[in-house]
Every structure is written in structure tokens, then in C-alpha cells.
Design a protein around this ligand. Structure first.
Ligand SMILES: [Zn+2]
Length: 412
């Protein structure tokens, strides 16, 4: 097999470069979808794709594809990548790592092909998916979910941020309201990502071969009561939407406690209207999520949660429940998992199997295409935080394994 070598110096340069967009004083990044910082990171990415002679296309969700047509225009595509958007309190590695490692893995594959006589069967490309994080526009993994056909492009583009701006308008503002057709003839999608959890570090392994994903169910519950003066209004006449929300927060936690913490549950956000100190809250929106490795236990928690909402919504309080995410427990492609393991083994890099608790673009893609993920360790398991850190040698080992996997897929 021809050697597939990452240009490590260029990889490090690009990791440093991408970390400057939306950089925060504490060493993290703030790069929510379609903000100026996201726009600047995208401009940089497109410039790098052009410098490397890649064909660029931008689909209607603003996802950016860079392709090297090694096997001809009609050949299937082996795709890698991740996302350049971040949480408001993001670290340097979440998403950006997979895009930069993906770029350099694709370039390494092209160099290896060029220096061999073998005829490649596939093209190779790297993608920046729009709005993986979902912090400014819900739901998360939006670009990849539209690509995989799980949600309609028009519905995604109509999503609004807190100020009422649509994703479509925000993308147009930064120059990424694309209209190229996305390359849908995918042979495989393989994404490198930091683990964002403590398992690899604890087990002292460099590569995580991701078996599949946990199930995730997310809901928005909107309670409506009646605005009233917090002074003269008698207690028994109050229709307090915030009180209902508070009861729900505790009930959501109780679902997890009932499984001794095996089911993960959280309420991360509440919006209160009118949010005034002397008005009984008229409306409260509660953002609820449940995650579990066991789909049956997750389904049971969702049923119990629905019953709880109905119990709370009494005495003049109305509740409307909207489910925003229903990600089922699923496995990544078995052949790809074995290939990642074999490539790591051959390179003498330690690996182990694990499952991802967090959602990823690769999870969206797996509903329609052969997909897999490669994890590298996160120091102390910290992510969505400026302290997020992965050692250089781990980042580089992950990029090498990714390149080896892509090379195998492009040739065979
Ligand atoms: Zn991510």
C-alpha cells in the first residue's frame, strides 16, 4: 500500500489559523452559525480549498464542499469533514478539528494516489456542515440533516434566532446563501471529532472507534397562564406559568434519578414572559432533553414525561409540547468501523470501541449513507468550554488514521 502522509506542519498551521476566528480572551472561540466570526472562518476555509485546487460548492443550507476529482466527475465521493460553527462558549477543537483534519487527510490521499499507478475508484472531499451546534438556530446538525433528507431545506432556512432573524437571512448576510447542488453520490462519510467525554483519556487509548450513537429526545414545552399583579392577586387565583415550569424542571431530573442516572436528563434553558419582578409569569418555555443508550428506557421516560406535563398543566395552565429532536439509538456502518480499527492497528496507534452520547453530523448522515466516526481524546472530558483541549500528538494520530481510512475507501 502506498504511504499516506499528512503534512503535519501545514495541519498545525491551519489548526492555529482557524482558532483565530471568533477567538475569546480565555482561549476559546465564540462562532455561532452565520455570525460574522462564522463567516470569517468560512472565508478562510474556502480560501484554503482554492489554494489546494479543490472544486468548491455551497448548497442551499450554506454547507461548503471541497472536492478533488481524482476519479472523474461522475465517480462516487468519499467525504469527510465536520463543522466550523461553535457554541457561544466553544473550545478550539469541537468541529474545527474534523474540518482541518479532513482537509489534510483528503490532500494526503490525493498525493498518495498521484505517486502510485493505481486507478482510484472514488473522488475525495471535505465538507463544513452548517449549524451543527444548534445554539443560535434549532435544531442542531441542521445542514447534515437536510443533506440526509431528514428535514426540509425550507423549514431549516426558516428557523429563527432569538431576535427573529431567519437562518436564510443570516446566511445571505455573510455571503453563504448557496444554490449549488450538493454532491449526493456518496460512497462513504467518515468524520474525525474530539470525544468531548472522558473515556479515551481514562482508558489511555488514542483512537475511539465509534460504534454508534445514544438516543436523544428533545422537547420544547410552552406553559401559558395569566399575567397578574404579584401583590394583590390572591394565591389561589394565580395562573403561574413559571411555577409550572419549575415543577417540570424537577420532574425531568426525577426521570433520571429513577434510573440511578443511567438516563441523562436536563433543562438547559427557560424563557419567561414578561419576565418582570412583579408580574405573575404569563408564559414560560422550557427546553427539555433526554439521552439514553437504551432506546426502550428512553421511550419509557418520554411517555412518563408526557404524562407529567399533563398533570402539571391543570388549574388554568395550558401546555403545548413540541418535540424538536427524535434521534434513535443506531449503529455506524460495521465495515467502516472494522476498517478504522485495522488502519489504527497497522499504524500502531491504540484504539477502543465506544458510543457517542452527543449528536454529530455523522449521526445524521448515517440514516442514509455509509458513515462512521473517529474520536480522539478530550483532556478531562471537557468540551463546549474554553478549556477544551486535545494534545497535538492525539490530533495528528487521528488525522493519520482518517487519511488511511479515506485512502482505502478511494482505492477500493
Ligand atoms: Zn462538534
Amino acid at each position: 500500500m502506498q504511504k499516506v502522509d499528512i503534512d503535519i506542519e501545514a495541519f498545525r498551521r491551519d489548526m492555529d489559523a482557524v482558532s483565530t476566528f471568533g477567538a475569546t480572551p480565555d482561549g476559546g472561540v465564540c462562532r455561532p452559525t452565520a455570525t460574522d466570526a462564522d463567516g470569517a472562518a468560512r472565508d478562510w476555509f474556502c480560501r484554503r480549498l482554492r489554494e489546494e485546487g479543490m472544486q468548491i460548492s455551497v448548497d442551499q443550507l450554506g454547507c461548503i464542499f471541497g472536492v478533488l476529482p481524482l476519479a472523474g466527475a461522475d465517480a462516487p465521493l468519499v467525504l469527510t469533514g465536520s463543522h466550523l460553527d461553535s457554541q457561544p462558549t466553544g473550545g478550539r477543537y469541537d468541529g474545527a478539528y474534523g474540518v482541518v483534519a479532513g482537509l489534510h487527510a483528503a490532500l494526503a490521499v490525493a498525493r498518495a494516489i498521484k505517486s502510485s499507478s493505481a486507478q482510484p475508484k472514488c473522488n475525495v472531499g471535505v465538507v463544513n456542515w452548517t449549524n451543527e451546534e444548534g445554539s443560535r438556530f434549532a435544531p442542531s446538525t441542521m445542514g447534515s440533516a437536510v443533506f440526509a433528507g431528514a428535514i426540509e431545506a425550507q423549514a431549516a432556512l426558516a428557523a429563527q434566532d432569538e431576535k427573529g432573524e431567519t437562518l436564510a437571512a443570516a446566511l445571505a448576510k455573510i455571503g453563504y446563501a448557496g444554490n449549488d447542488s450538493a454532491p449526493l453520490k456518496l460512497a462513504a462519510y467518515v468524520e474525525a471529532h474530539i470525544e468531548q467525554g472522558p473515556v479515551l483519556e481514562r482508558e489511555q487509548r488514542t483512537i475511539g472507534v465509534v460504534d454508534g450513537n445514544w438516543g436523544t429526545a428533545k422537547f420544547i414545552v410552552e406553559f401559558t397562564g395569566r399575567a397578574a399583579h404579584t401583590g394583590p392577586t390572591p394565591m389561589h387565583e394565580r395562573r403561574d406559568a413559571l411555577l409550572a415550569a419549575a415543577r417540570l424542571v424537577l420532574a425531568v431530573r426525577a426521570e433520571s434519578d429513577a434510573t440511578a442516572g443511567a438516563l441523562l436528563s436536563s433543562v438547559g434553558r427557560i424563557e419567561v414572559h414578561p419576565n418582570s419582578t412583579n408580574v405573575v409569569a404569563e408564559r414560560a418555555r422550557v427546553y427539555v432533553e433526554f439521552r439514553d443508550i437504551d432506546q426502550a428506557r428512553l421511550d419509557a421516560a418520554c411517555r412518563s414525561f408526557a404524562a407529567t406535563v399533563a398533570t402539571i398543566a391543570q388549574n388554568g395552565i395550558r401546555a403545548v409540547v413540541t418535540q424538536t429532536t427524535d434521534r434513535r439509538v443506531a449503529d455506524f456502518d460495521a465495515g467502516l468501523r472494522e476498517l478504522i480499527e485495522a488502519v489504527a492497528h497497522e499504524a500502531d496507534i491504540s484504539s477502543m470501541r465506544l458510543r457517542t452520547v452527543a449528536g454529530h453530523d455523522a449521526v445524521s448522515l448515517a440514516t442514509r449513507f455509509k458513515s462512521a466516526m473517529i474520536f480522539v481524546p478530550s483532556a478531562n472530558g471537557i468540551s463546549h468550554n474554553a478549556e477544551e483541549f486535545t494534545a497535538s500528538e492525539d490530533l495528528e494520530a487521528g488525522a493519520r488514521v482518517l487519511a488511511g481510512v479515506l485512502a482505502h475507501l478511494v482505492r477500493n
